[in-house]
Design a protein around this ligand. Structure first.
Ligand code: MD3
Ligand code: FE
Length: 202
């Protein structure tokens, strides 16, 4: 097994944690999630439509609309979110360092040209729980800084099968995705990137 852990400004990145069969199994599970809870392009409170498409699984899903960012037990159409697939919970159990299960699994899809601006993740009730992030499909240029906006940043490519763990001071680091290398991976036949983040949100 070829696997190593990188430290990028306190973010632990397990390179190549998931092998191809595990990635394929996870994509199949995520297709079922997307059947029960379709990907949507949300509007920010400021009225901008995000380029990333999102859905979720678990007790709480992260959503945004004109009234704000929040974790919601319901999809925008009023249905509950589907359960978090076991293949994804297994990754949390391997790397999170906690026995408390996540209650929220955000699924981000990046098509050609999609990106995510620098932000902090602070909509969770208790931000001291770790966040675990799984990258699938096309490679993405991930940027991470410190706990205040505008300071020095460092960039690293996240590739399919990489898993990042955000804990300690890095949990409140500013971070974003500058761009993806569309078509760099054959995991998703139509191209694009999926990022799955697991959290204790409520
Ligand atoms: C650093 N997702 O969903 S994953 C997000 O690739 C988000 O879709 C990006 O930022 C993506 O909020 C980045 C890596 C990541 C995830 C959560 C973090 C880095 C983080 C939380 C705190 C600090
Ligand atoms: Fe984030």
């Amino acid at each position: 097994m070829t696997e190593s852990v990188l430290d990028v400004r306190g973010v632990s990145i397990w390179k190549g944690l998931l092998d191809k069969p595990s990635q394929d199994a996870m994509v199949a599970d995520l297709r079922e999630v997307a059947t029960a809870a379709p990907f949507r392009r949300y509007e920010t409170p400021g009225g901008r439509r995000m380029s990333v498409r999102m859905t979720a699984a678990g007790d709480l899903g992260w959503v945004t609309d004109r009234s704000g960012y929040r974790y919601d037990p319901m999809q925008p159409d009023g249905d509950r979110w589907p359960g978090i697939p076991t293949s994804i919970l297994d990754v949390w159990n391997t790397v999170s360092g906690t026995s408390r299960p996540p209650d929220s699994c955000l699924v981000n899809f990046y098509g050609e040209g999609a990106k995510m601006g620098m932000h902090q993740d602070r909509d969770e009730t208790d931000t001291s729980w770790p966040v675990v992030s799984i990258s699938l499909g096309d490679s993405a240029l991930f940027r991470v800084g410190g706990t205040s906006r505008g300071g020095a940043t460092e960039s690293v490519w996240l590739d399919s099968g990489d898993v990042a763990v955000l804990a300690g001071a890095a949990r409140l680091a500013f971070h974003g995705i500058d761009r993806i290398r569309f078509g760099s991976s054959s995991l998703l036949p139509e191209g694009g990137r999926i990022n799955v983040t697991l959290r204790v949100a409520g």
